[in-house]
Design a protein around this ligand. Structure first.
Ligand code: GTP
Ligand code: ZN
Length: 346
């Protein structure tokens, strides 16, 4: 029973193998983070545990070991979602751990924006999460052209369209990503339907209204939230930070989403080709031949520039204070995901 509950929370051999045999330690998954305590779910139910060194290096979704009152260890995560710190863009901020699928929510209307989708897909690829594009408001417009565009962005994309206001439809379509042991997090612009989807998946009655006067003041209906169980037995993560993902240290993620361009560029005559006017540029040749959309090249270059600028600032800081130790575990999670494929089961 106990093991069953832990596995429905996402406990896998990856975590079990980190527990030293014979040590009296119990696992729990973080559902919320306070200043000096974490909220967690373990086999016995909800817990509030002290983190003696402060909660700065933990995130919602992490697995920890504890002795009943205190966290004794954080277990190395399988995936880490990181963003640029909103206040200080030269810092990276861990916002959620062990997310299997990053649900990128957009709607079948003016919110649909390939550049924004590619940015989120890059963040997902970098984190090691499988990307799922969820197109809402399929009741308002024909979703087919949007689905087609989303799928054309990257071979990594799985895309589906739904009417988020029909809870049964949401549950039926999204259950594969929120069933026992699986963790989903949603990102997307304000108003695309994230809260509506989450309410359907967790069985909570909708707090969203058709007219939200608060929006004009920048207040969102969704503020204090973290990891919750879904009706299908899995987990849903929603933290305020997850809604504003900025790129940092994501060159590999960007490269995966734009692997078509990376492959083409390897055929350019010059190694440092800027794909502008150089002779022998394979990318310009593809544009001239009509097989590559020049807008895609522009979006790729813009994301690369953005990532490079913030990553440089990050590394300058890194050189100043050498307390930074996340890059390796994130890279390992990403490599693992790449090896096993986004839909691989434990
Ligand atoms: N017709 C229709 N309306 C939808 C759909 N999804 C969401 N809505 C409506 O769109 C509005 C915004 O939905 P929310 O779920 O609050 O959007 P959100 O993404 O959580 O927004 P923030 O909390 O601001 O980030 C609400 O009025 C919903 O009822 C859909 O698929 N079809
Ligand atoms: Zn070139």
């Amino acid at each position: 029973m106990t093991d069953l509950l832990l596995s429905s929370l996402g406990w896998t051999p990856h975590f079990a193998s980190q527990v030293e045999p014979g040590k009296a330690c119990t696992p729990a998954r973080i559902t919320g983070v306070e200043r000096s305590h974490i909220l967690a779910l373990g086999a016995t139910g909800p817990l509030r545990l002290l983190v003696p060194q402060g909660t700065g290096s933990t995130a919602v979704g992490d697995w920890v070991l504890h002795d009943g009152t205190t966290v004794t260890r954080r277990l190395a995560p399988r995936t880490e979602l990181v963003r640029r710190n909103a206040g200080d863009t030269s810092r990276r901020q861990l916002i959620a751990s062990n997310v299997d699928t990053l649900g990128v929510v957009t709607s079948c209307n003016a919110d649909f924006n390939p550049a924004r989708l590619e940015r989120y897909l890059s963040v997902a690829a970098q984190a090691g999460c499988a990307p799922l594009v969820i197109l809402t408001k399929a009741d308002k417009a024909d979703p087919e052209p949007y689905l087609e565009q989303a799928r054309a962005l990257s071979p990594l994309v799985v895309a589906l369209a739904l009417n988020a206001k029909h809870p049964e439809e949401v549950v039926e379509r999204l259950t594969p990503w929120v069933s026992e042991g699986r963790t989903l997090a949603l990102v997307g612009s304000s108003g695309v339907g994230k809260t509506t989807i989450q309410n359907a998946l967790t069985g909570v009655q909708a707090a969203t209204q058709d007219i939200r006067a608060d929006d004009a003041k920048g207040r969102h209906t969704t503020t204090a939230r973290a990891l919750r169980r879904t009706l299908a037995g899995g987990c849903l993560i929603d933290t305020p930070g997850i809604r504003e993902l900025g790129l940092v240290d994501a060159a590999e993620g960007v490269g995966e989403v734009f692997s078509d361009l990376v492959d083409l560029a390897s055929n350019c005559r010059f190694r440092d080709c800027s794909h502008d006017r150089e002779p022998g540029c394979a990318i310009q040749a593809a544009i001239a031949a009509g097989t590559l959309d020049p807008d895609r090249l522009r979006r790729f270059q813009k994301l690369e520039r953005e990532d490079r600028a913030h990553t440089e600032a990050l590394h300058q800081r890194h050189a100043r204070d050498r307390t930074f130790g996340k890059a390796t575990s994130q890279g390992a999670a990403r490599a693992k995901w790449k090896r096993r494929g986004p839909e691989a089961e434990e």
